[in-house]
Design a protein. Structure first.
Length: 201
Protein backbone atom coordinates (compact mmCIF):
# COMPACT_ATOMS: atom_id res chain seq x y z
CA UNK A 1 0.00 0.00 0.00
CA UNK A 2 2.76 2.44 0.99
CA UNK A 3 4.74 1.60 -2.15
CA UNK A 4 1.69 2.40 -4.30
CA UNK A 5 1.29 5.77 -2.58
CA UNK A 6 4.96 6.59 -3.18
CA UNK A 7 4.65 5.47 -6.80
CA UNK A 8 1.59 7.67 -7.31
CA UNK A 9 3.34 10.59 -5.61
CA UNK A 10 6.39 10.09 -7.79
CA UNK A 11 4.25 10.13 -10.93
CA UNK A 12 2.50 13.28 -9.76
CA UNK A 13 5.80 15.06 -9.06
CA UNK A 14 7.13 13.97 -12.45
CA UNK A 15 4.05 15.32 -14.24
CA UNK A 16 4.27 18.63 -12.35
CA UNK A 17 7.96 19.03 -13.22
CA UNK A 18 7.26 18.06 -16.83
CA UNK A 19 4.46 20.62 -17.05
CA UNK A 20 6.73 23.33 -15.63
CA UNK A 21 9.53 22.49 -18.06
CA UNK A 22 7.18 22.40 -21.04
CA UNK A 23 5.50 25.64 -19.97
CA UNK A 24 8.83 27.37 -19.58
CA UNK A 25 9.98 26.05 -22.94
CA UNK A 26 6.86 27.35 -24.66
CA UNK A 27 7.26 30.74 -22.98
CA UNK A 28 10.92 30.91 -24.06
CA UNK A 29 9.97 30.08 -27.65
CA UNK A 30 7.36 32.84 -27.65
CA UNK A 31 9.84 35.35 -26.22
CA UNK A 32 12.37 34.47 -28.92
CA UNK A 33 9.80 34.43 -31.73
CA UNK A 34 8.32 37.79 -30.75
CA UNK A 35 11.73 39.38 -31.15
CA UNK A 36 11.35 38.94 -34.91
CA UNK A 37 8.26 41.15 -35.05
CA UNK A 38 8.87 44.66 -36.31
CA UNK A 39 6.46 47.45 -37.18
CA UNK A 40 6.97 49.39 -40.41
CA UNK A 41 4.50 52.07 -39.36
CA UNK A 42 5.57 55.61 -38.44
CA UNK A 43 4.97 56.93 -34.93
CA UNK A 44 5.20 60.18 -33.03
CA UNK A 45 8.22 59.04 -31.01
CA UNK A 46 10.70 56.28 -30.35
CA UNK A 47 11.24 55.37 -26.71
CA UNK A 48 14.66 53.87 -26.01
CA UNK A 49 14.55 51.56 -23.03
CA UNK A 50 17.49 52.09 -20.70
CA UNK A 51 20.60 49.93 -20.62
CA UNK A 52 23.99 50.19 -18.96
CA UNK A 53 26.17 53.22 -19.51
CA UNK A 54 29.92 53.14 -18.92
CA UNK A 55 30.73 56.58 -17.58
CA UNK A 56 29.63 58.99 -20.29
CA UNK A 57 29.57 56.30 -22.99
CA UNK A 58 26.86 53.74 -23.81
CA UNK A 59 27.62 50.07 -23.31
CA UNK A 60 27.61 47.94 -26.49
CA UNK A 61 24.04 46.82 -25.78
CA UNK A 62 22.85 50.38 -25.19
CA UNK A 63 24.69 51.68 -28.26
CA UNK A 64 22.70 49.35 -30.52
CA UNK A 65 19.44 50.66 -29.04
CA UNK A 66 20.62 54.22 -29.62
CA UNK A 67 21.63 53.48 -33.20
CA UNK A 68 18.21 51.98 -33.86
CA UNK A 69 16.44 55.07 -32.51
CA UNK A 70 18.67 57.40 -34.51
CA UNK A 71 17.89 55.45 -37.66
CA UNK A 72 14.15 55.76 -36.98
CA UNK A 73 14.50 59.51 -36.62
CA UNK A 74 16.82 60.00 -39.59
CA UNK A 75 14.53 58.03 -41.90
CA UNK A 76 11.48 60.03 -40.83
CA UNK A 77 9.75 57.21 -38.98
CA UNK A 78 9.54 59.29 -35.77
CA UNK A 79 9.70 62.99 -34.89
CA UNK A 80 10.85 62.59 -31.29
CA UNK A 81 13.22 60.33 -29.37
CA UNK A 82 12.61 59.62 -25.68
CA UNK A 83 15.64 58.42 -23.74
CA UNK A 84 14.93 56.65 -20.46
CA UNK A 85 16.98 55.44 -17.52
CA UNK A 86 18.52 56.73 -14.32
CA UNK A 87 21.92 56.00 -12.81
CA UNK A 88 22.91 53.31 -10.28
CA UNK A 89 25.36 55.68 -8.57
CA UNK A 90 25.01 59.37 -7.67
CA UNK A 91 27.43 61.62 -9.50
CA UNK A 92 27.35 59.68 -12.76
CA UNK A 93 25.45 60.58 -15.90
CA UNK A 94 22.09 58.86 -16.17
CA UNK A 95 21.46 56.40 -18.97
CA UNK A 96 19.08 58.91 -20.53
CA UNK A 97 21.71 61.66 -20.43
CA UNK A 98 24.27 59.37 -22.06
CA UNK A 99 21.70 58.61 -24.76
CA UNK A 100 21.06 62.31 -25.31
CA UNK A 101 24.81 63.04 -25.53
CA UNK A 102 25.22 60.24 -28.11
CA UNK A 103 22.27 61.50 -30.16
CA UNK A 104 23.45 65.11 -30.20
CA UNK A 105 26.90 63.97 -31.33
CA UNK A 106 25.21 62.20 -34.25
CA UNK A 107 23.20 65.17 -35.44
CA UNK A 108 19.87 64.74 -33.67
CA UNK A 109 18.50 68.21 -32.72
CA UNK A 110 18.01 68.88 -29.01
CA UNK A 111 14.43 69.99 -29.63
CA UNK A 112 13.55 66.47 -30.79
CA UNK A 113 14.71 64.81 -27.55
CA UNK A 114 12.82 64.07 -24.34
CA UNK A 115 14.46 62.68 -21.21
CA UNK A 116 13.41 60.49 -18.30
CA UNK A 117 16.33 60.41 -15.88
CA UNK A 118 14.59 58.71 -12.95
CA UNK A 119 13.51 55.24 -14.07
CA UNK A 120 15.36 52.11 -12.98
CA UNK A 121 13.31 49.33 -14.62
CA UNK A 122 11.47 48.54 -17.84
CA UNK A 123 8.14 49.31 -16.18
CA UNK A 124 9.39 52.69 -14.99
CA UNK A 125 10.98 53.40 -18.39
CA UNK A 126 7.59 52.99 -20.02
CA UNK A 127 5.42 54.69 -17.40
CA UNK A 128 7.71 57.72 -17.31
CA UNK A 129 7.84 57.82 -21.10
CA UNK A 130 4.05 57.88 -21.15
CA UNK A 131 4.03 60.92 -18.83
CA UNK A 132 6.45 62.72 -21.15
CA UNK A 133 4.31 61.81 -24.15
CA UNK A 134 1.17 63.13 -22.47
CA UNK A 135 2.88 66.44 -21.69
CA UNK A 136 4.20 66.75 -25.26
CA UNK A 137 0.86 65.60 -26.72
CA UNK A 138 2.36 62.58 -28.45
CA UNK A 139 0.13 59.60 -29.09
CA UNK A 140 2.01 56.76 -30.78
CA UNK A 141 5.41 55.28 -30.00
CA UNK A 142 7.90 52.72 -31.26
CA UNK A 143 9.54 50.79 -28.41
CA UNK A 144 13.27 50.28 -29.01
CA UNK A 145 15.12 47.50 -27.23
CA UNK A 146 16.87 44.19 -27.83
CA UNK A 147 14.79 41.51 -29.61
CA UNK A 148 14.57 39.19 -26.60
CA UNK A 149 13.41 42.08 -24.40
CA UNK A 150 10.55 43.03 -26.70
CA UNK A 151 7.82 40.63 -25.60
CA UNK A 152 7.98 41.71 -21.96
CA UNK A 153 8.36 45.37 -22.88
CA UNK A 154 5.44 45.32 -25.30
CA UNK A 155 3.20 43.48 -22.85
CA UNK A 156 3.96 46.16 -20.27
CA UNK A 157 3.42 48.94 -22.81
CA UNK A 158 0.00 47.51 -23.65
CA UNK A 159 -0.93 47.17 -19.97
CA UNK A 160 0.14 50.79 -19.35
CA UNK A 161 -2.07 51.96 -22.19
CA UNK A 162 0.60 53.08 -24.64
CA UNK A 163 -0.19 53.00 -28.35
CA UNK A 164 3.04 51.14 -29.00
CA UNK A 165 4.62 49.07 -31.75
CA UNK A 166 7.86 47.05 -31.56
CA UNK A 167 11.15 48.31 -32.98
CA UNK A 168 13.74 45.70 -31.95
CA UNK A 169 17.40 46.38 -32.66
CA UNK A 170 18.61 44.87 -35.91
CA UNK A 171 21.92 43.94 -34.27
CA UNK A 172 22.80 42.97 -30.75
CA UNK A 173 25.72 42.08 -28.54
CA UNK A 174 23.92 38.84 -27.75
CA UNK A 175 24.71 37.09 -31.01
CA UNK A 176 26.83 34.21 -29.69
CA UNK A 177 24.91 31.17 -28.49
CA UNK A 178 26.13 31.65 -24.90
CA UNK A 179 25.05 35.28 -24.59
CA UNK A 180 21.83 34.68 -26.48
CA UNK A 181 20.80 31.71 -24.32
CA UNK A 182 21.65 33.53 -21.09
CA UNK A 183 19.63 36.55 -22.16
CA UNK A 184 16.73 34.32 -23.27
CA UNK A 185 16.74 32.53 -19.90
CA UNK A 186 16.71 35.84 -18.03
CA UNK A 187 14.01 37.44 -20.16
CA UNK A 188 11.77 34.38 -20.07
CA UNK A 189 12.01 34.33 -16.27
CA UNK A 190 11.25 38.05 -16.01
CA UNK A 191 8.39 37.77 -18.49
CA UNK A 192 6.77 34.92 -16.54
CA UNK A 193 7.33 36.79 -13.26
CA UNK A 194 5.45 39.74 -14.73
CA UNK A 195 2.64 37.66 -16.20
CA UNK A 196 2.12 35.49 -13.13
CA UNK A 197 3.11 37.76 -10.24
CA UNK A 198 2.96 41.22 -11.88
CA UNK A 199 6.58 41.79 -10.87
CA UNK A 200 7.38 45.28 -12.21
CA UNK A 201 11.02 44.94 -13.30
Amino acid sequence: MISKIWLALGKFVFLVVLAIVLGYGIAAWRVAEFGNERSDEPADAAVVLGAAAWGDQPSPVYRERLNEALMLYQTGRVRWIIFTGGTPKPGYLTEAEVGRKFALAHGIPAKAILLDTESRSTWQNLTNAKKLMTTARLDTVLVVSDPLHMRRAMRMATDIGLHAKPAPTTSSRYQSWRYWSNFLWRETSLYLAYIVFKKLT
